[in-house]
Design a protein. Structure first.
Length: 65
């Protein structure tokens, strides 16, 4: 199914699905100009969704000012 169909079926914004694909959280295959998703992959991710917000980036030796 495409991102639009998955968005309607699962109540998730299509852009959220595309972000998850870009971050490598949601497996998808590019076919022409569209992403194709497996229902089981979407359901698996929605069962344990990523935490909202930007990912933290801890670097060695970093400090706050």
């Amino acid at each position: 199914m495409g991102t639009q169909e998955a968005a309607v079926r699962y109540g998730v914004h299509p852009e959220t699905l595309r972000r998850w694909i870009a971050r490598g959280l949601l497996p998808a295959t590019r076919v022409g100009n569209a992403w194709v998703l497996e229902a089981k992959d979407v359901e698996r991710l929605l069962a344990n969704p990523p935490k909202p917000g930007r990912p933290t980036k801890a670097t060695r030796g970093s400090r706050r000012q």
